[in-house]
Design a protein around this ligand. Sequence first.
Ligand SMILES: [Zn+2]
Length: 368
Amino acid sequence: MTITRHGSIARRLAAAIPALLLAVPATLPAADAPAKPLRVVSIDMEGGGGTLFVTPQGRSVLLDAGWPAGIRGTPLAQSSANRILAATKALGVSKIDYLIITHYHLDHVGGIQDLLAAMPVGEIIDHGPNRELAPAGTMPGPTATASLYARYEALLDGRKHRSVKAGDRITVGPLTLDIVSADRGLVPAALKGAGGPTPGCEAPRLPDIGNGGEENPRSIGIVASYGKARIVSLADLTADVEIGLVCPVNRLGLADLLVVSHHGSQLSTTPPLLAALQPRVALMANGATKGGDARVFQTVAAAPSHPVVWQLHYATKSPEVNRPAEFIANPDGVEDGGFALDASVWPDRRMTVTNLRTGYSEEYPAPR
Ligand SMILES: [Zn+2]
């Protein structure tokens, strides 16, 4: 793979503009204008969910709202909601058109109240009722999933909302989101262009170490299509369910960009998933002390497609597997960095990824 390295976005743009002016005649028909990239921003939620998609037309989709302010040492100024606000502002967006709550855990739905107070949100999308209930005869605590869901339901009052199931599709201008998992349901047939056998499906399954709660395996997973490019994000979908998406038949197809499931937790990400998707780039939305497990780093590193891995945080639990600092948005092992990873994805599958702490960027050309 050819990789070109750039120290700063500004320098790249400055270098590119004269060439673009020369290359584009004034009479060029609009249909031939150079396609603009989809932006995919992995926001630092300190181990929570928050992936932002923005189309060239300024339409936006947010996967999850992160934590509520006050959790994991974040005051309101550094809350998940404020980081979402900053990420959208940086891309010139003032509204979230679609907010997808993948499941009802604190690190995904917890920040929704702060977010709704901070900026306009169009439609809210979820997988339907919460399935993670308090044990019979007990009262759920304030951050128990059942309590979070009750507060979430109350927030939906008067708002545009729908529940989706696997097989549904959301179209946002040139961006298409295929729902491939929801509430334990899986997309019933292979997506267009997918459907081949996945190598390694006969290998022994990962040891059963639980699923971290009933809601994780019910996560909404998506395959996003932008031209020929594919971006896969399965939220916190656990290994026992994700395997059904790719074994024995790969229902998802190839991924150019993979948002590594479950913040890089070892409860997710099986070798067959990597063998099926063949990602070229993987973004790991881990926290300093959450996710980023050694087993997942090793699984991704061993993938036949040799994806380039970028991390939101230095993984303090597994120092031996961390990538070099330029690939880590927040390398200090503390929970106050707040720097994001910003991917630009072109319709022809070209990609760039930029570490917003340093401006360090790499370009991954479109496959031939
Ligand atoms: Zn999570």
